[in-house]
Design a protein around this ligand. Structure first.
Ligand code: ATP
Length: 241
């Protein structure tokens, strides 16, 4: 459903990303793994139209060319990013944040039903509709951010480090919610430092190093790859004798 290729990003003289390419299918969870500074955030921002790319980028969403669209039109086309640090309106309430998420035209029909689904996914938000987001815990704020993104009725959801700063229990709760989101047909592209948990919920993954995609495979294959285990999972598979 999402196909991107030839994504290259520079910041001044610094080349952050070179000719990155990936796909995300309907209802698929795809994880991007890479060290700090490898270019993961730049890749998500480039796909979402938040940072500019060098000429040549190709991005198609369900066959539609979105490569030249500005960020807000990319949201209208059905792709939304939950940025690292969440990008929520901290001084507004949960309810107001969800309402703002439903602002794109594509989200206006069925807004009440969609809000019902978001609150079923994150029941804690339903109990806190009137609470100012700034006063919520990190995990609750992440739920608001994802809930707000889902209110825009996306086909593809990009998530930058959603588990950052959350307790192991909350990470599991969050990832269980992401599994439910995919069951609704949304494709998820996830940047995750927590490689073990990321691969555990993903169908496929990409490895990014020094601004380039250097490997890809099914999550199962990546989990049993010794180089991946050494770099991201803290160990190698014992060889049977
Ligand atoms: P992390 O896991 O640490 O968040 P990342 O893989 O997401 O890293 P990016 O944030 O995409 O990496 O950064 C890739 C490279 O581009 C890094 O060297 C970073 O310092 C540089 N970079 C990112 N944003 C900017 C910017 N606005 N101006 C200058 N350089 C930048």
């Amino acid at each position: 459903m999402l196909e991107v290729s030839d994504v290259s990003v520079t910041y001044g003289q610094h080349r952050a990303l070179t000719d990155a390419a990936l796909t995300v299918g309907r209802g698929e969870i795809v994880v991007i793994l890479g060290a700090n500074g490898a270019g993961k955030t730049s890749l998500l921002k480039a796909i979402a139209g938040i940072v500019g790319c060098l000429p040549g980028k190709s991005a198609k969403l369900s066959g539609r060319d979105i490569s030249e669209l500005p960020a807000h039109e990319i949201v209208e086309a059905g792709l939304v990013l939950v940025p690292e640090g969440r990008g929520i309106f901290a001084d507004l309430t949960v309810k107001e944040n969800l309402l703002l998420g439903a602002n794109p035209k594509r989200a206006r029909d069925g807004e009440a039903a969609r809000r019902g689904r978001v609150l079923a996914l994150f029941p804690r938000l339903g109990e806190r509709l009137g609470q100012t987001v700034r006063t919520m815990s990190g995990g609750e704020q992440q739920m608001v951010a994802i809930g707000r993104a889902l209110m825009s009725n996306p086909d593809i959801l990009l998530l930058d480090e959603p588990s950052l700063g959350l307790s192991p229990l909350l990470v599991r709760e969050l990832f269980a919610a992401l599994r439910k989101v995919r069951e609704g047909g949304v494709g998820l592209l996830l940047v995750e430092q927590n490689a073990r948990e990321g691969l555990a919920i993903a169908d496929r993954g990409y490895l990014i190093e020094n601004g380039g995609i250097v490997g890809s495979g099914t999550a199962t294959a990546l989990m049993s790859d010794n180089a991946v285990r050494r770099a991201y999972l803290g160990g190698i598979v014992a060889k049977a004798i």
